[in-house]
Ligand binder design. Structure first.
Ligand code: EPZ
Length: 416
């Protein structure tokens, strides 16, 4: 099992480049199912989740290649409409093939994703929306069995603005008969990026990025050639890394307009953030302020930055309340942070974090993608050595993280 070894206490200095957004690339890769031919997606990071999606699409009969940041997907001849449990269980986002398969092939057999470390994460809203569009869906033996001669446009209200639910339904609607309106849709930048990619294929979509998305179905789409947006969560994580170590870092290639709530809260915590077109200059304070935060759907503070924010608050000058408004169990990192000396109490959806002067390095274990990022941040500032186990979690969402951190002066290495 690979581990990350961090010697804490270094103020990060220098420049770091942000990679493409994993959660934009994943749905856009799935969109390749919609259009026979050679699809090209640029600025795609080399991550486990991308490889997993590539394996799934290969299983479906799509030729997948990922070279030098560009993914090539030849979806001319799909062989099967089945997404097997062995693949889906390793990544929930596999469910994103459901809508496109139904739209292109009229059938789909996709394993239910199962829960994960941060919550039950059902997909009832994905299924409800497809049923409204005329799909016959039966759940049996852990699989979603779906059929539809041709999906029909419908008005779908989402009880929760589910990100992948919005993406699945938007993709399905591009080839449906008539108009689909998704109400209370997710507004995340990754949803907008998928919509832009679909429009570049010939889809007719309005309102992406707002809570009402209107899709006019068309008869066919053309293969895409598209560049995905930068990863706002990676950018937020590096702002936090500069902030927690009291360093001075330039973050290049990020979309500042996707980071407004993150920048606002990190400035409140005392981090100096100056923005210029496509980059940020960040300077961490001697001591961080204690700030309360609640995670919300976009444009609110992202749940994917909650664990990283908690690491900052663990060494802040005061007490902060962190409320997780999206997932029911996204505090798995708390027990590991306590091992580093953090003073955190969890009651329901709220964690009370009392800042301490100093964390002390210790062996800890990554439990999920963003929790592992928070342990890296804590390790960067902790006195002594921190060893983070189960590194595969972090490799799901951060490209070459130890290389990028070493480039900023951190004392970090990967041990096989
Ligand atoms: C997406 O997950 C992201 N993943 C997550 O990032 C992110 O944390 C999450 O959105 C919230 O922003 C991808 O985009 C691949 P949701 P998703 O459906 O779509 C409930 C990462 O690794 N819900 O918006 O699965 C659900 O239980 C991940 O980068 C239903 O009840 O999240 C949750 O409580 C971590 N029924 C809430 O909605 C449904 O049918 C939000 O879930 C769907 C969702």
């Amino acid at each position: 099992m690979e581990r990350l070894i961090i010697e804490g206490g270094v103020r990060l200095e220098g420049t770091v480049d942000i990679s493409g957004a994993k959660n934009a690339a994943l749905p856009i890769m799935a969109a390749s199912i919609l259009a026979p031919g050679v699809n090209r997606i640029h600025n795609v990071p080399s991550l486990r989740d991308i490889t997993t999606m590539g394996r799934l699409l290969t299983h479906l009969g799509i030729d997948f290649m990922h070279d030098n940041g560009t993914v090539v997907l030849d979806s001319d001849n799909l062989q099967t409409v089945e997404a097997p449990y062995e693949l889906v269980k390793t990544m929930r986002a596999s469910v994103l093939v459901l809508g496109p398969l139904l739209a292109r092939m009229g059938r789909a057999r996709v394993s239910l994703p199962g829960g994960c470390a941060i919550g039950a994460r059902p997909i009832d809203l994905h299924i409800m929306g497809l049923q409204k569009m005329g799909a016959e869906i039966e759940l049996s033996e852990g699989y979603i069995n779906a059929r539809a001669e041709r999906l029909r446009g419908a008005t779908i209200y989402l009880d929760i603005p589910t990100v992948t639910g919005t993406e699945n339904l938007m993709m399905a609607a591009t080839l449906a008969e008539g108009v689909t309106i998704i109400e209370n849709a997710a507004c995340e930048p990754e949803v907008q990026d998928l919509a832009n990619a679909l429009v570049s294929m010939g889809a007719r979509i309005e309102g992406a990025g707002t809570s009402i998305i209107r899709i006019n179905g068309v008869d066919s789409l053309n293969p895409l050639d598209y560049r995905v947006i930068p990863d706002r969560i990676e950018a937020g994580t590096f702002i936090a890394a500069a902030g927690i170590t009291g360093g001075e870092v330039e973050i290049r290639g990020c979309r500042v307009d996707h980071l407004e709530s993150v920048i606002a809260k990190l400035r409140e915590a005392g981090i100096h953030i100056e923005h210029k077109p496509g980059r940020l200059k960040v300077k961490g304070p001697e001591r961080l302020n204690a700030v309360d935060v609640r995670t919300m759907p976009y444009p609110g503070f992202p749940t994917d930055m909650q664990a990283q924010f908690m690491a900052l608050m663990a060494v802040s000058d005061g007490t902060s309340l962190i409320t997780e408004g999206i997932f029911e169990n996204r505090f798995m990192h708390v027990a590991e942070m306590r091992r580093l000396g953090a003073d955190i109490i969890v009651e329901g959806a709220t964690a009370t974090v009392r800042g301490v002067r100093m964390l002390k390095g210790a062996p800890v274990m990554a439990t999920d993608l963003r929790a592992s990022a928070s342990l890296v941040l804590a390790g960067l500032v902790a006195e002594g050595r921190t060893v983070i186990d189960r590194l595969y979690h972090i490799d799901r969402g951060y490209e070459r993280i130890e290389e990028k951190l070493r480039g900023l002066g951190a004392r970090v290495r990967r041990e096989r």
